[in-house]
Design a protein around this ligand. Sequence first.
Ligand code: KG4
Length: 336
Amino acid sequence: MILLGIESSCDETAAALVRDGRETLSDVVFSQADMHALYGGVVPEIASRNHITVISRLADEALRKAGLTKKDIDAVAVTYAPGLIGALLVGLNFAKGAALALGVPLVPVHHVRGHIAANYLAYPALEPPFLCLAISGGNTAIVDVRGYTDMKLIGSTHDDAAGECFDKAARVLGLPYPGGLPMDNLAQGGDDTAYPLPRAKIDGAPYDMSFSGLKTAVVNLAHNASQKGETLDKAGLAASFAAAVSDTLVPRTMAAAEALGRDTIVVAGGVAANSRIRADFEKAVRSAGKRLFVPPLKLCGDNGAMIAAQGYYEFLAGHTADMGLNAYATMDIDAV
Ligand code: KG4
């Protein structure tokens, strides 16, 4: 079964063709990051307009690259939540039009479920159950993946997402948007003990997280240094920051896996590309005697293939929609 996957929840427009949830036939991503870099972050209206301009061409290109025609598409999967509402609506309406015109099912996909499914494309042997940490620009969640479409939210951030925090910290250090990769590069060779940064805990919620205090600490350090005319050890601050984020994410994920009796840990989302987080997970998983799956860098960020992959399993579970399907800016992963 071949699914067309459409993704437009933020500043990447993407279309892909995937067979049976596992085999990527084509995966075309158009990143608008350069356009938003000018403003230091995503401008929702600009994102929506750019999605409209390129989405149809991207779907054609995905078909061409896969060597397929429209008649080969068996279903259309689309991200319908969570994300920027105007941006989501562009992909959703395109997908509705495609499904209607082709006479095939329309399959709604939760964006974070898609990030998790990126791992199915990379690792053919991976099957639920497993414990997943999903970390992206807009979402930070520890999820118990009991089945392909049976998920339970175990913990999440009370404020900023991990990626958002990387982007804001990068901004005060004068790095371009999106700031995660430049922060990662800057941290290489930096002293991760250069600055004492907070690792917040939430009373009574051991798997929940908070990143706003960490973000404020970095902002204050940068502003104080500039007001006093002091030189900031930027590499040290980037390394200390990555350590603080990783110390917040990795032990919670490991503790949740232990509590739930999960032997397999999966990491997903754009921030899963972070070298410190990947290295810390490798160490923690090795000493706990568990298995670790982290997507290759290409599959960490937003793409259409992950939506088609999860769409396949949603379709098998009978999760299809009619033309009344709406988009939602927020939605818990287990509220689907
Ligand atoms: O998954 P994604 O492409 O979009 C969302 O679904 O939100 O994630 C984008 C986020 C951005 O915040 C970006 O700065 C971050 O992933 N990111 C990284 C790295 N590469 C991308 N964060 C930390 N280290 C990286 N190497």
